[in-house]
Design a protein around this ligand. Structure first.
Ligand code: NAD
Length: 271
């Protein structure tokens, strides 16, 4: 009985991705880890990649994914990893560009060093470009269509985290639209998910009280904190919430959907 009800709530009960090959970036922890585990639970062969060699090995072992080390800011490494995936698994059907940085890359523009700006852009924007380019080449060459899902942020359309981060995510949303148009002729759907405040630290998300409202160690901008307290659905998101939306965009359930960004934010953007 318990087994039956678990089966009903498992992603595998909704979507069958058996026979599909997926690559997820930044999959050692947080949202990327949940996405890799969810695609794997739905039957896909998942290559879980991350900059952090030790953690990606450990997390991939738990979810039955194939670990690979990949720094998305290194274009040659991106090209070689995607070539290796095609060689080993016969092709690439689903690419999820999740790797992103925010901690230590913010601050007011007047104090921002060029290397801080470039450091963030090299991962959040250049990295998405390198992966989309290599992924699109592999998908076009095989001629069987494909799915690209970019992990943007609600900050793409509502500023608050900082000039570098917000600008990078706005660019990712526009890159998603442009590539949706350009790659439609190859039956490659390109969409984005836009997480709102998502609790990625171990343990439960803190209540929405003023005393616990720090985000992974760094205090957030007052306006953002105020918005988190006012999330209509009343709590932080979980990595699994973003993973379920990504599963939808990676699956046949969204066959006629391309060029969108899907907020996963408890209603944040309604405010
Ligand atoms: N957590 C949130 O509230 C939130 C909200 C909106 C958007 N996002 C976006 O979701 C994505 C995941 O965020 P998260 O909160 O899970 O982050 P996280 O910091 O918990 O995990 C990010 C992962 O990416 C990896 N990574 C960092 N730089 C990399 C690089 N150059 N190459 C490959 N991997 C790299 C890290 O090692 C880590 O495993 C990011 O793109 C982030 O901007 C997060």
């Amino acid at each position: 009985m318990a087994e039956q009800s678990r089966a009903k709530t498992s992603p595998a009960a909704w979507v069958d991705l058996r026979g599909k090959v997926a690559l997820v970036t930044g999959a050692a922890r947080g949202i990327g880890q949940a996405i890799a585990a969810t695609l794997s639970a739905a039957g896909a062969t998942v290559v879980a990649t991350d900059l952090d060699a030790k953690s990606i090995g450990e997390s991939a072992a738990v979810s039955g994914c194939h670990p690979m080390v990949l720094n998305v800011a290194d274009e040659n490494a991106v090209d070689s990893v995607i070539a290796a995936v095609v060689e080993r698994h016969g092709g690439l059907d689903i690419l999820v560009n999740n790797a992103g940085v925010y901690l230590g890359f913010g601050g007011p523009i007047a104090d921002m060093k060029t290397e801080t700006w470039r450091g963030l852009m090299s991962v959040n924007l250049d990295g998405v470009f390198y992966c989309c380019r290599a992924g699109a080449r592999a998908m076009i060459r095989r001629g069987q269509g494909g799915r690209i899902v970019n992990v943007a942020s609600t900050q793409a359309v509502t500023p608050g985290v900082g000039v570098s981060y917000d600008s990078s995510k706005a660019a990712v949303v526009q890159m998603t639209r442009t590539l949706a148009l350009e790659l439609a002729q190859y039956r490659i759907n390109v969409n984005a998910v836009a997480p709102g405040a998502t609790w990625v630290q171990p343990g439960d998300a803190p209540p929405l009280g003023p005393e616990t409202l720090t985000f992974t160690g760094e205090p957030l901008n007052d306006q953002v904190l105020d918005r988190i307290r006012r999330i209509p659905l009343g709590h932080w998101g979980a990595p699994e919430d973003v993973a379920k939306a990504t599963l939808f965009l990676a699956s046949p359930m969204s066959d006629f959907v391309t060029g969108i960004y899907l907020p996963v934010d408890g209603g944040w953007l309604v405010l």
